[in-house]
Write a protein that binds this ligand. Sequence first.
Ligand code: ZN
Length: 332
Amino acid sequence: MEEREGVRWCATQLGSKGKRHMHMTRHVVTLVVLSSLMMPAPIFAQSKLNVVATTEDLASLAREVGGDRINVEGIARGYQDPHFVEAKPSFILKLQKADLLIVVGLELEIGWLPPLILQSRNVKVQVGAEGYLDASQRVKILDIPTSQITRAMGDVHPLGNPHYWMDPENGRIIAREVADKLSQFRPGDRAYFEQRLADFDKRLTEAENRWSADVAPYKGIKVVTYHRSFPNFAERFGLDIVGYVEPRPGIPPSPSHTFELIQEMKRLNIKLVLVEPYFDLKTPEAIGRSTGAQVLVMPPSVGGVKEATDYFALFDYNIKLLVNAIKAAGGK
Ligand SMILES: [Zn+2]
């Protein structure tokens, strides 16, 4: 409640005189430039929109759609746990100059983003402002709790699974939302954004066909993952996730949970443990030794490994990693 009031306070303060003055100054400068160049009035030399995305995945999707009409910066690196990012002053600087902020939502960034937004004092990207885009609004969300879960329980997925970008179909929806938002800010560039979106859509469909064909022979393969980062990925590509190294999302492994997991893996003959790049490998490796399972470091984000340079490369990397591991283990 206090936080919400803070947002309102900030918006009121910044919405006043100072802001109008800035706008006027910009208009004056634009007019001077225009008249000196003797250009016709409608041709405004528009600067690029500054887009900030909380993760490299959203940044990559925004880049696909925005092309050279936007500058995009991500905040959390793909090799960092997006639930627990160390806030840095440089993040506030990024937010200060942002026209649009794209967030994953579902409380993924709740531990670090809200104070940064407030401190940026940028009215454009405050929660609920036009320049604040919550990418979770139209995508398919899994793991929605059936009973009340609070953060006091330590569970970091209280509103459903926030790692939804790991299904390319959700990536497609996010790209659509970004295109709509960019067109809202720059109606004159709508055709450009729509054309880029259509091109992205086409390439994504081709890639999805390729990825699905690659994993098709291994449909239903049972795996264990460290954190619940992959339910959307698993649903799309036919993996069966039967357990987690974490007892609950955000809760570190405990000896009793690890013991039970090992028993279950032995019972079901599970030979793969997928670990996000930012988790300690000690427990997964101990599980691997007890069960004979391979431990794979699998990034759930662009930038999680150096090969995952963009949204397409992330899936290319993960599908190849999985298929090679399954083949090495002798098929199913
Ligand atoms: Zn999570």
